[in-house]
Design a protein around this ligand. Sequence first.
Ligand SMILES: *Cc1c(COP(=O)(O)O)cnc(C)c1O
Length: 398
Amino acid sequence: MSNDNTSPLSTWAQNIAPSPTLAVDAKAKALKAAGKDVCGFGAGEPDFDTPKFICDAAAKALAEGKTRYVPTPGILPLRKAIAADYTAKGFKNIDETCVVLSPGGKMSCYLSILALISPGDEVIIPVPYWVSYPEMVKLAGGDVKFIRADDSTGFKISPEQLRAAITPKTKLLILTSPSNPTGAVYTRAELEALVKIAVDAGVYILSDEIYSSLTYDGAEAASPATFSDEAAKYVVTASGFAKAYAMTGWRLGITVAPKAIAGAVSKLQSQMSSNCTTFAQYGALAVYEQPELAKQALAEMLVHFDRRRKMLCDALNAIPGITCYRSQGAFYLFPNIEAFGMSSAEFAEKLLEEELVAVVPGSAFGAEGYIRLSYATADETILKGVERIAKFCARYKK
Ligand SMILES: *Cc1c(COP(=O)(O)O)cnc(C)c1O
């Protein structure tokens, strides 16, 4: 960390990068507000409305006066329901004391990192990474160690890479499957190999499973905490309602962890934000109290996401110079744009200026030579956007 002593700002404030994905989204929205016909592939959020039965449950709670502080880790019925749901998914030794609700999955990740990382601890982060992890680790005083993966391996790291990256100082490995930004999904066997190496070395794992219900082509998201009793002691699982149920604005994240770690997450949260919004938690509770409606809502969204994924991936691969790995999860594609001989930031900036198409440069995720497109957007936007990208690419193809 470097520090400019003439600045009134702290080392933390000076050294943390603003979220580049939110920045792209803001720029695209500003252009749209100015009347420009922007095709937005930047947003990391579903374009659907929150299912009505969830909104109704929150509105009912609000009408009933459920507007006060509740226990920091969340309301008991929701924590119990989440514990039961994870137990049904194969999580071991889980009860409500292992579950903490936080203001967003982002906060769940950050508090988990704060609960585990001391200054000088090393944290292994596979690249391409979700933008917030390195900044969160820095805020905790930890040192980031990157492992690079590219489209030749489907954006997955190998056991050999992980083994080589672990040192006596390594405390934590962060895994995200399905991945933001690549959409990659590790198979259970692939994850098991990685988890075994970490656990044997006494390295904790933060498994960010916010996209676990969004998989396609028969891929299944596996949870490291379910692999063995030993793994369960080392895995902290972060998730939330934002992506699966189109609830990004509700700010509801989930941490499931061994009791001592969950307790630390709750303690930290008690000094930072207290409980997440009370009536929002009652909305989320409807997911477990009306499982048929939840299942149906999710299934409907998956049909649309999958259709758009195929449409976007095929259309991108048809553009000379672009190659797009057909990833099987989340709602992102991460095409390779190396053939155009410019940086990903330059590509994204020119594309927005010249063709009014918003994408996020791969450099935001530590991966030069790629751009991220979200297909959580209307079919018409995808068709029109890809046409414009093709035009842009024809102009710059070397
Ligand atoms: C969106 C996202 C989250 C959490 O989102 P919240 O809106 O804070 O719940 C966590 N991890 C990844 C990888 C994400 O893409």
